[in-house]
Design a protein around this ligand. Structure first.
Ligand code: SF4
Ligand code: SF4
Length: 169
């Protein structure tokens, strides 16, 4: 692929956009699915990313960037990306979006397409679901203990979690 095919290097999307690899029908494909109808309304304000709990712990996760990639037609990059499995499906971005883009349901569409096209194995899909259940159990137990006035488990878990990701405890 020659350099002349590079049409954009968006600062909010780190990848070079290459003409030969774009699928400009991707946005329409997303818009045809329930929940994806408003994808073209995004004007890249970034409000969704500002309130996202995943972005809060991982600045590399950026829902605005994912929407831009969809609009640019970066179908393969988006559907093959591990980040589409990080979303908590909490709808916080949807509530805050001035354009009612509904990124949460768009994320569901992306996952549906990724599974349908076997971009993740059934084993990986099941492990991702397990990770969510484990996280829910951990949160429930920690909240119960906090409500009883016990914070030792929370502090220990937080310290271990920070160490695991290389942050300072
Ligand atoms: S808040 Fe809505 S309009 Fe703004 S970047 Fe996010 S999806 Fe786009
Ligand atoms: S639904 Fe996903 S992208 Fe939106 S705020 Fe929640 S975690 Fe972030």
């Amino acid at each position: 692929m020659g350099e002349s095919n590079v049409v954009s290097k968006d600062t909010s999307a780190t990848e070079e956009v290459v003409v030969g690899e774009l699928n400009l029908g991707f946005r329409d494909e997303i818009a045809r699915h329930p929940g994806g109808e408003n994808v073209r309304r995004c004007f890249a304000c970034g409000t969704c990313a500002a309130g996202c709990p995943i972005t809060e712990v991982d600045p590399e996760y950026d829902c605005r960037r994912i929407i831009r990639q969809i609009l640019f037609g970066m179908r393969d990059e988006v559907l093959s990306s591990p980040v589409i499995w990080e979303c908590l499906v909490c709808y916080r971005c949807y509530v805050r979006c001035p354009q009612k883009v509904n990124f949460t349901d768009i994320m569901r569409v992306l996952r549906y397409l990724a599974v349908k096209e076997k971009r993740v194995s059934p084993e990986t899909f099941e492990r991702i679901a397990r990770a969510g259940r484990v996280a829910n159990c951990v949160q429930r137990d920690l909240v119960k203990q906090v409500m009883k006035g016990e914070t030792a488990a929370l502090e220990e878990f937080e310290s271990k979690a920070r160490q695991a990701v290389g942050a300072e405890a």
